[in-house]
Design a protein around this ligand. Structure first.
Ligand code: ADP
Ligand code: AMP
Length: 217
């Protein structure tokens, strides 16, 4: 299955993608995580995108498209993939159609209030990428990753001033993707405005939508 996840930052894509990835045995590919890892390593790509990512702006289409063309040519995506954060512009969606056409786009939505509350309390593990929330989904030991014992961090782009920029960028540049996929008959709407204790409800909506796509285990 070739799936893309759409929706504003903080709507819960990464959290659900990790669960769907386990359920279907498909790689979860997050362009945001790839960029953050390159920034952490201070690689040439990381140094190039650092200021952009930390300000909440988007990395140029050509850079992301080249990265994903290469990533989606690897053998681990032979049975499909779950993309989280790509495509993020109509230009990226058009480019992607030339090397890997999605079978379904799951469009996650939640109220702006929910989104801001989620982004403000998000904490992540810099080592394994696990996603937590200070109150909705806290780790067992305060501030420490359950899986690898690493100290959790607040993403630079989850600072209040940057959150508002990211939501504006989403509205202006990414939201039009909804119509792009709807007009191609590939869109499924997912209401992700449920508390974390009811995440099964979100997964059920995804599973139902994915049953339209063949070979979904
Ligand atoms: P995205 O990948 O769309 O930016 P995340 O999956 O990182 O969003 O989730 C943003 C924050 O919201 C995280 O702190 C996560 O723990 C929390 N979160 C995710 N899903 C839910 C949910 N259903 N209810 C409450 N909090 C959630
Ligand atoms: P995310 O973790 O998905 O919120 O992404 C974090 C940041 O990485 C974004 O705010 C962008 O700066 C950059 N980024 C991730 N994916 C893309 C993309 N498809 N196009 C452009 N920039 C991206």
């Amino acid at each position: 299955m070739r799936i893309v996840l759409l929706g504003a930052p903080g709507v819960g894509k990464g959290t659900v993608a990790a669960l769907l990835s386990q359920k279907y045995g498909l790689p979860h590919i997050s362009t945001g995580d790839i960029f953050k890892e390159e920034i952490r390593k201070a690689s040439p790509m990381g140094l190039r995108v650092k200021a952009i990512v930390e300000s909440g702006a988007l990395v140029p289409d050509s850079v992301v498209n080249d990265l994903m063309k290469d990533r989606l040519s690897r053998t681990d995506v032979r049975s499909g993939f779950i993309l989280d954060g790509y495509p993020r512009t109509v230009e990226q969606a058009k480019a992607m159609d030339s090397f890997a056409t999605p079978e379904l786009a799951l469009n996650f939505s939640a109220s702006r209030r929910t989104i801001i509350e989620r982004l403000s309390g998000r904490r992540v593990c810099p080592k394994c990428g696990a996603i937590y929330h200070v109150s909705n989904n806290p780790p067992k030991k305060k501030g420490i990753c359950n899986g690898c014992n690493e100290k959790l961090i607040t993403r630079k782009d989850d600072e209040p001033a940057v959150i508002s920029n990211r939501l504006d960028v989403y509205d202006r540049v990414t939201r039009p993707l909804i119509d792009y996929y709807r007009s191609r008959g590939l869109l499924a709407e997912i209401n992700s405005d449920c508390p974390i204790g009811k995440i099964d409800r979100i997964i059920e909506q995804c599973v139902k939508a994915l049953s339209r796509v063949g070979n979904n285990g």
